[in-house]
Each structure stands twice: as C-alpha cells, then as structure tokens.
Design a protein around this ligand. Sequence first.
Ligand SMILES: CC(C)(COP(=O)(O)OP(=O)(O)OC[C@H]1O[C@@H](n2cnc3c(N)ncnc32)[C@H](O)[C@@H]1OP(=O)(O)O)[C@@H](O)C(=O)NCCC(=O)NCCS
Length: 187
Amino acid sequence: MPGVLGISWHAIKHWYYSHFCRLTATVLTEADIPRVQGFYCGSADWETYVADWLKSGEVIKDMKNPRRQTQTWLFWRRRRLVGFGSLGKTRRPIPAGTPQFVDAAIIPFFGVDKDYHGKPRYASRDDRYAGQIMNHLIHHARQFDLPYLCLYVDPENDRAKGFYRKFEFEDMGRGKNNMDVMAIRLA
Ligand SMILES: CC(C)(COP(=O)(O)OP(=O)(O)OC[C@H]1O[C@@H](n2cnc3c(N)ncnc32)[C@H](O)[C@@H]1OP(=O)(O)O)[C@@H](O)C(=O)NCCC(=O)NCCS
C-alpha cells in the first residue's frame, strides 16, 4: 500500500510540474541579444564566463561559424528567461588525453539564471528547470546519431558537476585549457 501511495504522489507531482512549471524553448536569434541582458547565473569566474558568452553576442559568432554549427535555445517561463543551452558537433579525444579522436555532440554552454537554481525545489531531476533544459539538449543531440555527448566543465564547478552526474555524465579526464571533460554515451 505505501508503494502505491508513493507512486501516486510522484505522478501528482509530475502532473503539477508538467502543467505549471513547463519551460518554453525558443531558438535564439540575433534579435534576442537585447532580451538576454538581465541574465545572471552567479559571480564565480566560470559563471560570469557562461553569462558573458550569451550576453556579449559571442553566441551568435559561434552559431555562424560553420565548423562549430552551434544551436542555442532560450528557455522561458511566464516571459522570464530561466536559462539557455547550446549544442554543437565536435571531434575530440574521448576519454581526454587518449590519441583516439571521436565525433561527438557537445554542449558548449549551458546556464540557468541564479533565481532558478535548484527550482522547482521539490521537483524530480527531470522536472527541475535545469533538468528540462538538459533533457531538451539530450533529445536534440540524439538526432545527430553520434556516439557521445560531451562537455567541458571547470574543475572547481562542483555544482555543475553534481548536476551532470545526476544525468549520468561520466568523468573523462582533464581536457584542453585544464577543463574537466564529462560525457554520456548516446548510442
Ligand atoms: C549548472 C546549472 C545549470 C545546474 O542547474 P541547477 O538548477 O543548479 O541544478 P540542480 O539544482 O537541479 O542540480 C544541482 C545538483 O548539484 C549537486 N550539488 C549542488 N551543490 C553542490 C556542491 N557544492 N558540490 C557537489 N554537488 C553539488 C546536488 O546534487 C544538486 O542536485 P540535488 O539538489 O538534486 O541533490 C546551474 O547551477 C548554473 O547555471 N550554474 C552556473 C553556470 C554553469 O556553471 N554552467 C555550466 C558550465 S559547464
């Protein structure tokens, strides 16, 4: 009986978050740059780096670079920008440091506004705002039909690493610019 109650409670919560906390994704274009100027995801070096990539318009340069083919989405709730995520293709040694280069999908940048970190508080991994964005990126990465989805993360960025581990990203060693490489297998 407690098991049944547990499942029902989980289903009710999921229903609630799906209806009232669902983010809307829009594809970022140059016209969005003025609208993202209020985005703030923290004051640590790696956090300002993430926000600056978006706000400075560097994101647009990467989108136009044919080698990177980066796509970026903005995620909104009630007209407020909750976060953004980007996706591209790359060829990298995975695990890092090995001579074996593989084609992989990559998340170049990903951030959630500080006001929304850890929110909605009692939601499951997939219903959290950051989780919704990650699931969107994984869904699109699968369409590339590549074996890995990888990303680079600052070795001191424990929160992001904790978040990626929840989504089963594994540590793949230290990559270029002294950043940690994490990846999941897609196929
Ligand atoms: C990374 C980011 C998108 C994650 O979003 P979030 O809303 O903070 O993520 P969640 O709260 O769902 O998950 C974070 C998890 O990290 C873990 N965590 C949090 N602080 C931690 C710490 N100091 N050490 C280790 N793990 C930590 C927790 O397990 C937490 O999950 P839980 O609350 O379910 O236990 C967000 O923090 C962010 O935008 N950070 C700034 C930009 C950034 O660093 N981007 C990534 C660049 S690679």
